[in-house]
Design a protein around this ligand. Structure first.
Ligand SMILES: *Cc1c(COP(=O)(O)O)cnc(C)c1O
Length: 816
């Protein structure tokens, strides 16, 4: 340890000198962070190279996870934990006169994702490396990640996320692996030296893709996998002629346009974008990644592409990377000279597709004109895939013209990416049991009947290395003390905690840790945004993207209901509660932004009301992101998972809360169903319409929210407060729009499409039950411990093991 410490310290000193020309006394905290990261990289690099060597020496199958998003968060503490040197580094920093925490705070989040989908990709990479599996990520190195959110006068304001302002010490630029990606141009037929005809594209715009590699460090193992992110670069620089004519802006315009491709993440969660730049991003990273994979295959195995499916499998994270299917066809046919049948047989053994959403409006489709203009050769390949596919459908369903239409890849002038994904993949999976069932029975019914054998479920998970060990060191230490180490790589072992739920001394220590986490969160939010939280109040938390289907509106309407109740009768007995929200709204999603304003306006109204002082509080935690989740979730007592049943594919926030001993207050939606299966209905607070009940209502168009308003005067009052001046004039229009959407329906939509009012009563009762249960502290702590103890199956280690067994068929490898 001491030699390690001295070496590490020496590395810090060297780094400060070489990069900053400073000694320790002159270094800023950021310099120190950078130097610690660089010193940690010294450990990582040897293992990284050894891992690459091991894979080079053994011809084994590799899995590549294609994802437009990787929501990595910070790397430092995660890497130090996985390397097993966190305590050593903490000591080193202490000896240098720094608190570890203040150095940790210097690192910006790698926020290259919107929410659950991107975070899942990040958790998968952690599990793959920890399980010594050859699995790597391919994506985009966005210059600006998820926007930074500020709240100003109760409104969301977006600021650019300049996460690369200082150099990123966790990446290595690999210019030697750059590849070119072509856009536009004209498809032409050429003849090669053997007289064979092939397709090419002339006069295309060429964009260079430069890879940056980030190491993915396995926990307590030598395996270091790779996340390869592509940056767009214009090889042309600027137009010298225009420059000489002194037209400087026009001279660099084309280069800027090329480099726009990796400029910014689309801040859109399960919504349509349909923008040309988005399609460019998708093709850019997919084409670069496939060229990279094929090149490395040829280098190792030569030109026998029939072996490709035995050595490469690619998981498509939603439809964003699905253009990979025709792109691999292009590479195999136009560049490698294979015929269609041969190329198709190979391609359809390589791709597996994960569906992430049930929301029809989120299913990606591209207008033919846009697609064929940007990717002319790819379009002709999609047309041919579609032609052959619809031929098959005609034979299978000769009398069902409707079905042939519904299942076409190209129809009504659009290319349906989910259809292309299913036709070109050997596996289609949903992300929770309920979600997969809904896909099979409803959304993808035709497709399931067509090829039932390719459909399967893979319930999501989260990595316990980040979502327990890193974010909750107090609870982690208690767990290890109780059941010993090992749960870090075998989360099912948490079951051994269960007997401790009956031990009053253990329960007391568990409760003390939760309280300490609540105090720590209060301190953090006081410092970061100047709010005061009462750690003796109940922390009730809903943190996730702002979306109508997630129903933050239901939550805040309930707070308004409690506010009225307490204001009417200040003698009412009610334990103090803090409702914590955190959510970003997509920049163009007006109603979502109105809901944020309502939450903040109600927070201010509570603050100004002496009748509720100290008893009810709303806190909107600004700029929700991985790093903030790591601080909030360990402090939570109630986990709000209240999406309209049938709408949330899985959710993973729900699993993080459970793992940290919060009780779920939620609907039977997504993975909540499986959480309740584990803990039992009595250790959660389940309410509301089920997915089946909602489907039945939808089938008959029988929902009328006014019935619920008529039946429940307290609810009618709350809803009316949106428009009666309660919140003043500033948000009159915005809140009127919320009101109208609930009561009348706007823009041709039915009213209250997410059943907020239908579920309100049940939601109130669930909260009342939760408060009653909370009063019995022994019961509550027992239930919280049971939640932790039974969270084992929600580790991504379990999810990954299932992908390996059913889809990828890859094997672990020992790194020497
Ligand atoms: C886990 C996570 C999510 C997903 O949360 P859900 O509640 O499943 O929607 C979103 N954002 C961040 C930062 C996360 O860590």
């Amino acid at each position: 340890m001491n030699t390690d410490k001295n070496t590490f310290k020496e590395n810090i000193r060297l780094r400060l000198k070489r990069r900053y020309g400073k000694d320790l006394s002159e270094a800023t905290k950021h310099d120190i962070y950078d130097a610690v990261a660089a010193s940690a990289m010294e450990y990582i690099l040897d293992n990284w190279m050894a891992t690459r060597r091991a894979f080079d020496n053994h011809p084994i199958k590799q899995m590549y996870y294609f994802s437009a998003e990787f929501l990595m968060g910070r790397a430092m503490t995660n890497n130090l934990i996985n390397l097993g040197i966190l305590p050593m580094v903490q000591e080193v920093l202490q000896e240098l006169g720094y608190e570890y925490d203040e150095i940790e705070e210097q690192e910006p989040d790698a926020g290259l994702g919107n929410g659950g989908l991107g975070r899942l990709a990040a958790c998968f990479l952690d599990s793959l490396a920890t399980m010594n599996l050859p699995g790597h990520g391919y994506g985009i190195r966005y210059r600006y990640g998820m926007f930074e959110q500020k709240i100003e006068h109760c409104r969301q304001v977006e600021k650019p996320d300049n996460w690369l302002e200082h150099r990123n010490p966790w990446e290595i630029k690999r210019s030697d692996h750059a590849v070119d990606v072509k856009f536009g141009g004209e498809v032409v037929i050429k003849v090669d030296e053997k007289g064979r005809q092939y397709f090419d594209v002339d006069r295309a715009e060429v964009v260079r893709a430069i890879p940056y590699d980030m190491p993915i460090v396995g926990y307590n193992t030598k395996t270091v996998n790779t996340l390869r992110l592509w940056e767009a670069y214009s090889p042309d620089g600027f137009n010298l002629q225009l420059f000489n004519e002194m037209q400087y802006l026009r001279a660099v315009e084309k280069a800027c346009q090329a480099e726009d491709i990796s400029r910014v993440l689309y801040p859109n969660d399960s919504g349509p974008s349909g923008k040309a730049l988005r399609l460019k991003q998708q093709y850019f990273f997919v084409s670069a990644s496939l060229q990279d994979i094929v090149r490395s295959f040829k280098r190792k195995y030569g030109n026998d592409f029939s072996k490709l499916p035995d050595l490469v499998v690619i998981q498509l994270n939603d439809t964003h990377p699905v253009v990979a299917i025709p792109e691999l066809m292009r590479i195999l046919m136009d560049q490698e000279g294979l015929g269609w049948e041969e190329a198709w047989a190979i391609t359809t053994r390589i791709f597996a597709y994960t569906n992430h959403t049930i929301m029809a409006e989120a299913l990606e489709k591209w207008p033919i004109d846009l697609f064929s203009g940007l990717l002319p050769r790819i379009y002709t390949i999609v047309e041919e895939i579609d032609r052959r596919h619809t031929d098959e459908l005609r034979k299978l369903y000769p009398n069902d013209w409707d079905k042939q239409q519904r299942m076409a890849i190209i129809n009504h002038g659009m290319i349906h990416m989910a259809h292309l994904a299913i036709v070109g993949s050997f596996s289609v999976n949903g992300v929770a049991a309920l979600h997969t069932e809904i896909l099979k029975k409803r959304e993808l019914k035709d497709w399931y009947e067509w090829r039932p054998q390719i459909f399967n479920n893979k319930t999501n998970g989260v990595t316990q290395r980040r979502w327990l060990k890193l974010c909750n060191p107090g609870l982690s230490a208690l767990i290890t003390e109780a059941i010993g180490p090992g749960w870090e790589t075998d989360l099912a072992r948490l079951r051994e905690l269960e007997p401790f739920a009956e031990d009053p001394a253990f329960r007391e220590r568990f409760a003390q840790i939760k309280h300490a986490n609540k105090v720590a969160l209060a301190r953090y939010l006081a410092k970061s945004q100047g709010v005061t939280l009462d750690p003796s109040s109940i922390y009730d938390v809903q943190v996730k993207r702002l979306h109508e289907y997630k129903r933050q509106l239901l939550n805040i309407l309930h707070v308004m209901y409690l506010h009225n109740k307490l204001a009417d009768d200040p003698t009412l007995e009610m334990p103090p509660q803090t409702f914590i929200f955190g959510a970003k709204a997509a920049s163009g999603y007006r109603r979502a932004k109105s809901i944020i304003s309502l939450i903040c306006a109600e927070a201010a109204r509570l603050e100004a009301d002496p009748r509720v002082k100290g008893r009810l509080k709303v806190v909107f935690a600004e700029n929700y992101r991985v790093t903030l989740a790591e601080k909030i979730i360990p402090a939570a007592e109630i986990s709000e998972q209240i999406s309209t049943a049938g709408k949330e594919a899985s959710g993973t926030g729900n699993m993080k809360f459970m793992m940290n001993g919060a009780l779920t207050l939620g609907t039977l939606d997504g993975a909540n169903v499986e959480i309740v299966q584990e803990v039992g209905r009595k250790n959660a607070f389940i309410f509301g319409l089920t997915a089946e009940e909602i489907a039945a209502i939808e089938a008959t168009h029988s929902y009328d929210p006014k019935i619920y308003l008529g039946r429940n005067p307290a609810l009618a009052r709350v809803v009316h407060q949106l428009i009666d001046g309660t919140f003043g004039h500033e948000f009159q229009t915005a809140f009127r729009e919320l009101y109208d959407s609930l009561v009348y329906g706007v823009e041709g939509n039915r009213p209250d499409v997410y059943y907020v009012l239908a579920d309100f009563d049940a939601y109130v009762q669930a909260h009342e039950q939760a408060l009653k249960s909370y009063a019995d502290r022994d019961w509550w702590n027992r239930a919280a411990i049971i939640n932790v103890a039974r969270s084992g199956i929600f580790s991504t280690d379990r999810t990954i093991a299932e992908y390996v067994q059913d889809i990828w068929h890859i094997k672990p490898i020992a790194v020497k």
